[in-house]
Design a binder for this molecule. Structure first.
Ligand SMILES: Nc1ncnc2c1ncn2[C@@H]1O[C@H](COP(=O)(O)OP(=O)(O)OP(=O)(O)O)[C@@H](O)[C@H]1O
Length: 651
């Protein structure tokens, strides 16, 4: 972090000093900026040395996406370069004829063939450049879609535990926020680089053919131009680097002040003036920095233009000397001026492409590293098919989350049988959700064994076991789909032969049907206010929908983690009617409302990750201990005149 902070503010010779650095110390760079600092401190020559490898990578990526467009964008640009050579050679021919002795009509007539070739070369070059641009533009969206798809294929395939690993999550953010978008750019810059280099080579070939002695002149003119272009590009980049964190922060503030989700809190806490003042402070710093940069850039451009002008003047002087000494013909000297202009443009393109390619490739490498890492985290499992189960047995199963001191689940042994309802109870943080996820196969135990009908779960096909499980999670997500889709995604790939509840049946069972029918478009109402005609639901209404989805999945193992936390009494009652025991299904129920677990076949009581009690309600009540204590505490709240009920509200 120390070195990050030191590198963060580019200053001195390399870039514009940021006088406001430190004024807003909370503006730490996001981690995805780390390559920007690396790039800012790399010399252009170091960048150039890595070029061959970068070009190889970019071409491989483009090739894998579309061979036709890759060949077209590179091939057509080379063709355009060849046309540049022809054009320059033909121009010399035209000038030679025009500068020859004799009457003007004769000279023009003599120049006509070369003029036709020059015009054809210019036309062909224009056509080829446009066609190459078309192929290049075709590549961009195809590459974008391809890399996005690869990323999301990876993020949806990795095991759930990967998301608990801070390093993994960070790499994922980096790949998604920046790395992914760079793929198309590195191909774009590579094609630009090829275009620039081909343009320079084409000019060099033409000049060599016309008069070899002009080639050093061309190089002489190019050198200061190259140095200036590198400097300007680097300056532009550093300017962006110095401002980017502030700009992100301003975007974040802008988001807070113009956002539906924050609008209520901003008003209820009367945060308006505070946010506007923050924004003004940031804007003042940002404006000052911007003006400083504009001045610095103008100075750089002034020096750059002067250097380029001096170089051009030098070339003109050399040309004049060569002309006076008769070493170069007038026509060749005139063509050299055209060549100079053409080489200068190509050089600018090549240098800008080199700079951009290097930086973008660093971020693209993040994306590639992430895909490699994600590949290692895809659950492999065995190949044994599973079609239902009679019992799932946990044998001294433990799970320790990454970077935590003690296991969230500690050597727990229990059996879940088909046809039963089992309940997991215990205080907050005792490990119930984690245990349920272990039963569901969402997590692999870090100790002990899970067996399905006596077979180690590691030998089973994870897709098959996953297909047998439905989980109504405690922290569900508001999927921005219609009400019908929100239920159907519970088993979107259900084959027509497979029996199961309809969307309406599931909604009825979860007491969601009437609520859905009342929506503006019924089951086809989009449940996202951010879209036209979208609608939002209350917390309890969402929970009914989540329950409907779980019931629609119709799995052999149904895990319900606090399925009624947000439900009103009627909806809760209706839902529990449908969570009763059924011979073809096992239900694992987690709830703090202990009245709902009275009829469970088995109740497992968790405390600090360990299983401390188990039995039926009656057994646990007569045994005494944690369960009875929690049950009585809760029950007393409902009894008029009991101390718990009396303490419930302040008087
Ligand atoms: N993804 C995670 N990464 C690290 N620690 C976690 C993670 N999820 C849970 N924990 C920790 O594991 C322990 C058990 O959490 P768990 O969610 O299983 O408890 P719980 O009994 O379901 O709690 P609650 O009743 O509040 O839902 C807690 O100490 C919690 O902080």
């Amino acid at each position: 972090m120390e070195s990050m902070t030191r590198q963060r503010r580019p200053s001195g010779e390399d870039g514009p000093p940021d006088a406001d650095a430190g004024l807003l110390p909370e503006l730490d760079d996001a981690d995805w900026m780390h390559h920007a600092h690396e790039f800012a401190h790399t010399s252009f020559w170091a960048v150039a040395r890595r070029l061959p490898r970068l070009v190889r990578e970019a071409v491989a990526l483009a090739w894998a996406t579309s061979r036709r467009d890759t060949v077209a964008s590179i091939g057509l640009n080379i063709g355009a370069g060849v046309m540049t050579t022809f054009g320059l050679l033909a121009t010399t021919g035209v000038l030679r004829e025009l500068f020859a002795a004799g009457p003007t009509p004769d000279r023009v007539r003599a120049a006509l063939p070369a003029l036709t070739v020059a015009a054809a070369a210019v036309a062909a070059k224009g056509g080829l450049t446009i066609a190459a641009g078309w192929a290049q533009a075709r590549l961009t969206p195809q590459i974008n879609y391809e890399v996005e798809l690869r990323l999301f294929q990876a993020t949806t395939a990795v095991d759930l535990a990967a998301f608990d690993d801070a390093g993994f999550a960070e790499e994922m953010d980096r790949a998604r926020d920046r790395g992914m978008g760079e793929a198309a750019y590195i191909v774009d810059h590579t094609v630009n680089l090829v275009t620039g280099v081909v343009g320079m080579l084409a000019t060099a070939v033409a000049v060599t053919v016309i008069q070899p002695v002009l080639l050093p002149c061309l190089l002489l003119a190019a050198l200061p131009q190259a140095a200036t272009a590198v400097r300007v590009a680097r300056r532009q980049y550093l300017a962006m680097l110095a401002r980017i964190t502030r700009q992100r922060r301003m975007r974040m503030l802008a988001q807070l002040m113009a956002n539906r989700h924050t609008a209520a809190e901003v008003r209820s806490y009367q945060m308006r003036d505070y946010l506007l003042a923050e924004y003004r402070t940031m804007m003042a710093v940002e404006t000052r920095a911007h003006l400083r940069l504009v001045r610095a850039q103008t100075t750089t451009r002034l020096f750059g233009a002067s250097a380029a002008g001096l170089a051009t003047f030098g070339v003109y002087a050399v040309l004049a000397v060569l002309l006076l000494n008769g070493m170069v013909a007038l026509a060749a000297a005139a063509t050299a001026l055209f060549a100079l202009q053409s080489a200068r443009t190509s050089l600018g393109v090549a240098i800008l492409a080199t700079n951009s390619l290097y930086e973008d490739a660093l971020y693209y490498q993040d994306y590639r590293d992430f895909l490699d890492r994600a590949r290692e985290r895809v659950p492999t499992g065995g190949g044994r098919a599973v079609d239902g189960f009679d019992e799932i047995e946990l044998d001294r199963v433990s799970l320790r989350y990454p970077d935590t001191d003690r296991p969230a689940v500690d050597e727990v042994s229990l059996t879940v049988r088909r046809g039963q309802v089992v309940a997991l109870v215990g205080e907050n943080g005792s490990g119930k959700t984690t245990l349920a996820k272990l039963v569901a196969g969402l997590y692999r135990p870090t100790g002990g064994t899970v067996r399905w009908d006596g077979v180690d779960a590691r030998e089973l096909d994870p897709r098959d076991t996953g297909g047998q499980v439905a989980v109504m999670t405690q922290d569900w997500w508001k999927f921005p789909f219609t009400a019908r889709q929100n239920i159907r995604i519970g088993r979107h790939d259900r084959s027509p032969e497979r029996p199961g509840p309809s969307v309406h049946d599931a909604a009825q069972a979860a007491a969601a049907h009437d609520m859905i029918v009342d929506l503006p478009f019924g089951y086809d109402t989009l449940l996202d206010r951010e879209f036209k005609d979208g609608h939002d639901l209350s917390g309890g209404q969402w929970q009914r929908l989540v329950a409907a989805r779980g019931l629609y999945r119709d799995a052999a193992l149904l895990i319900c983690d606090e399925p009624s936390a947000a439900l009103d009494a009627r909806a809760e009652h209706a839902l529990f009617q449908h969570l009763r025991r059924r011979p073809d299904r096992a239900v694992v129920l987690i709830t703090h409302r202990l009245a709902n677990v009275r009829h469970a076949d088995q109740i497992f009581v968790m405390e600090r990750g360990r299983l401390v009690q188990h039995g039926t309600h009656d057994e646990l009540m007569s045994a005494g201990g944690l369960y009875r204590e929690l049950f009585e505490l809760q029950a007393s709240g409902y009894l008029a005149g009991s101390p718990a009920a009396d303490d419930a509200l302040p008087r």
